[in-house]
Design a protein around this ligand. Structure first.
Ligand code: NAI
Ligand code: MG
Length: 355
């Protein structure tokens, strides 16, 4: 079977880790020979923007719709304001292609050390964060007036629709139901934010009635950071808004070892358009160009992509290879190792060739 993949490396380490992932995927399909991946690369980046005034051409989204999946690196570079780069590329893709859930599994990979005491084994920290990915705080509504004057004022309006909240909450319940502990924690800030967050809570409890077999609880986002840090075993599946889940998932990744390992799947659950897979980290200008970025988050995202495409065996084989490598301590500096991107990629490659 041939799967057509749109490849968007983007900026900074996005280009380095996608190169590593494509290599691992090609090796994977060569080893299993049950499917092939046909990559088409799109050079959409901050360099394109500086030259041409846009990240994507005007028919960019239409071009992407023809693919089975999108594999993305990262976007953002210091010479372009970050709100221009995000709104120029990744946010329109997520919103226009109906990728309304962003699934972010976080767990202790073999051999990886957590900064938390008492978190040693896989079961000590094993979460799935389900992020609302189409509206909320990232609706782009609002404006700035009198920017340069004394009375300057700006608004950033969050939009929560019933359809938008209900579909992501229902998705999260399904995820929770599919996991052994059947446990879902809802995160909001419905004490201080008295409209959208109260609405979210209400919709959550309504949907909860359809899932009596799933244990539920509710956290305010500030207290949630404490619980994640001090009582990680008490959590399993988590559902939160676009902004809250964005923040919590960086924290979660760090608690599980490094931001460099965490994957994400921007899913269009109805499959009316392609879904997009990317590590949760950004373009990391501070380490870009040095070849030292951790490719594990990119590998894990690649595994999630092939799983979404129906290649479960391939996903399992890739993750097994990755965990063999982390277990052996062949890791980048962020995980306490001495290897570079190339070294980790080679090590994954060697596992296939030995198999
Ligand atoms: P970042 O995630 O790029 O970096 C944060 C820190 O983590 C840096 O110290 C970086 O070196 C480290 N880090 C990140 N990924 C790593 C990896 N694979 N291996 C080792 N270390 C890693 O976040 P930051 O610095 O806030 O953002 C940089 C740029 O990326 C900005 O332009 C931002 O807007 C953009 N960004 C883009 C995202 C996307 O395309 N989905 C997501 C997050 C940020
Ligand atoms: Mg983020």
């Amino acid at each position: 079977k041939v799967h057509r993949i749109a490849l968007i490396p983007g900026d900074g380490i996005g280009t380095e880790i996608t190169t590593a992932a494509v290599r691992a995927l090609r090796q994977l399909s060569a080893t299993l020979s049950t499917f092939t991946l046909d990559f088409t690369q799109f050079p959409w980046s901050s360099a394109t923007y500086l030259q041409e005034g846009h990240y994507m051409p005007s028919d960019g989204l239409a071009q992407l719709k023809k693919f089975d999946a999108i594999y993305f690196g990262a976007v953002g570079w210091p010479d372009v304001p970050d709100h221009i780069s995000l709104w120029g590329l990744i946010l329109p893709i997520r919103k226009t292609l109906g990728q309304y859930v962003n699934v972010r599994p976080v767990r202790m990979l073999d051999g990886v050390t957590s900064p938390l005491k008492g978190v040693q084994r896989a079961g000590d920290l094993d979460w799935v964060i389900v992020r609302e990915n189409s509206e909320g705080e990232y609706s782009g509504q609002g404006g700035i007036s009198h920017e340069d004057e004394l009375h300057g004022v700006a608004t950033e309006v969050s939009v929560f629709t019933r359809v938008g909240v209900e579909r992501v909450v229902r998705f999260a319940f399904e995820v929770a139901r599919g996991r052994p502990r059947r446990k879902l924690t809802m995160v909001t800030k419905s004490n201080a934010q008295r409209h959208g967050m109260v609405f979210w809570d209400k919709v959550f409890w309504e949907v909860a009635r359809e899932f009596p077999d799933v244990e539920t609880d509710k956290m305010l986002v500030d207290a949630m950071t404490v619980r994640m840090t001090l009582d990680p075993k008490s959590l399993d599946t988590i559902v939160a808004t676009n902004l809250h889940a964005d923040i919590l998932s960086d924290l979660a990744a760090a608690l599980a070892g490094s931001i460099g390992i965490a994957p994400s799947s921007n899913l269009n659950p109805e499959r009316t358009a392609p879904s997009m897979f990317e590590p949760i980290h950004g373009s990391a200008p501070d380490i870009a160009g040095k070849g030292v970025a951790n490719p594990v988050g990119a590998f894990w995202s690649a595994a999630e992509m092939v799983r979404w495409l129906g290649e479960d065996k391939a996903a399992d084989v890739l993750m097994e290879a990755v965990e063999n490598v982390t277990r052996a301590g062949v890791t980048t500096k962020d995980l306490g190792g001495k290897e570079n991107t190339e070294g980790v990629t080679e090590a994954v490659h060697d596992i296939y060739t030995m198999a």
